[in-house]
Design a protein around this ligand. Structure first.
Ligand code: FMN
Length: 371
């Protein structure tokens, strides 16, 4: 027995059985050519599949709306050329023995922190706000909302037809779905706004329900959520377990199987006033309150959190003991790993073999290539 064996138990979600608990976190790499993934993408993801990752989540890939992306290197998940590129990716991942879902995304009013590029159609969001008090683009009409919901459902259905094993919906970090959740960027007075987090969840719940209707009852749906936003690291959508339940339960009822609970450091307790400094993290509370399976994430195997990576910051390694203890308690079901897998496609296999001295830190220079 190795301590890390607990990470290598299989896990089943609907029709999908994963060989272990390690998930590759979705990471934008900005290497798409005219919105399409190319051969280098297929090789990049296949290498992580061959390295033993249980489930790969793609970089954010955008739905069919005129201004759904904020960076020209972000791939589309619509149109024949891009979908042919994605078919190459999923076939390569399957050939490498892996499982994969695309992360379906709409960036809403949030700018990229890597480029000044702007789409040639008006930027859209719940209330025309990028951040509290900061106007950008326009507020979505009822017709925009209905078309956006339909576009998410079409993308999920395309993913299923291409042979992907699941989809992840990006509802975190201050992008479109999160702009609806957040009172500071959702000032609407119609059915998609409101004073409570439960009211502001309606848009995302309708997206989930439309996806569920298009993919059928058994295809796994993952939803990524976060308290923190790129616009504000300290803000929280739910500062009590009751509010967290108001936020997440309608989403699970609408059809989410797995909540991917994004933190920048997975070991941080969500409500320390209730269960102490070593209490449940976000994924732990989300699992307890909703009964859904959860994925945790944030600085696994690394000492520094990921926001510095965009400014060229690297990170040294950190031990996996805390992760192993939490996994032994089944605090959450799966753990996502980001930067450690960019630097080392074989990270999972090294962990499985107990070869911790071979684990490398994260070198930010690795972001310059898709390897
Ligand atoms: C280069 C880079 C790109 C990222 N792009 C996305 C993205 O497209 N979608 C998303 O939900 N999170 C994105 N993230 C956040 C990661 O999914 C993950 O939550 C974060 O890196 C923390 O995990 P880590 O500490 O293991 O790297 C990105 C992170 C990095 C470093």
């Amino acid at each position: 027995m190795r301590a890390t064996d607990v990470l290598f138990r299989p896990f089943r979600i609907g029709t999908m059985t994963l060989p272990n608990r390690i998930v590759m976190a979705p990471m934008t790499r900005s290497f798409a050519v005219d919105g399409s993934p190319v051969a280098a993408h297929a090789d990049y993801y296949r290498r992580r599949a061959e390295g033993g990752v249980g489930l790969i989540l793609s970089e954010g890939t955008v739905i069919d709306r005129p201004a759904s992306r904020n960076d020209p290197g972000v791939p589309f998940f619509h149109g024949d050329a891009a979908l042919a590129g994605w078919k190459g990716v999923i076939d390569a991942v399957h050939a490498g023995g892996g499982k994969m879902g695309p992360q379906l995304w709409h960036t809403g009013a949030l700018k990229s922190f890597q480029t000044e590029w702007v789409p040639d159609a008006p930027v859209e969001s719940p209330s025309g706000l990028e951040a509290p008090g900061s106007e950008r683009g326009r507020a979505m009409s009822d017709a925009d909302i209905a078309d956006t919901i339909a576009a998410f459902a079409r993308a999920a259905s395309e993913a299923q037809h291409l042979g992907f094993d699941t989809i992840e919906l990006h509802g975190a970090h201050g992008y479109l779905l999160d702009q609806f959740f957040w009172a500071a960027t959702n000032r609407r007075t119609d059915r998609y706004g409101g004073a409570s987090i439960g009211q502001r969840t309606r848009f995302a719940a309708e997206v989930v329900a439309a996806i569920r209707a298009s993919v059928g009852p058994d295809f796994p749906i993952i939803l990524r959520v976060s308290q923190w936003k790129v616009q504000d690291f300290t803000t929280r959508l739910a500062d009590t377990p009751d509010r967290m339940a108001d936020w997440l339960l309608p989403l699970v009822e609408a059809g989410v199987d797995v909540l991917h609970c994004s933190q920048r450091r997975f070991w941080q307790p969500e409500f320390p006033d209730i269960d102490g400094e070593h209490g449940l993290n976000f994924a732990g509370w989300a699992k307890k309150l909703t009964g859904a399976a959860t994925i945790s994430v944030g600085s696994v195997g690394l000492a520094e959190d990921f926001m510095g990576a965009f400014g060229g910051e690297s990170s040294t390694t950190a031990r996996l003991d805390n992760l192993i203890e939490r996994m032994e308690r089944d605090e959450f079901d799966l753990i996502a790993v980001g930067r450690a897998l960019i630097g080392d496609p074989a990270w999972t296999e090294k962990v499985r073999m107990g070869n911790s001295s071979a684990l490398k830190g994260f070198d930010a220079a690795a972001l310059a290539q898709l390897e």
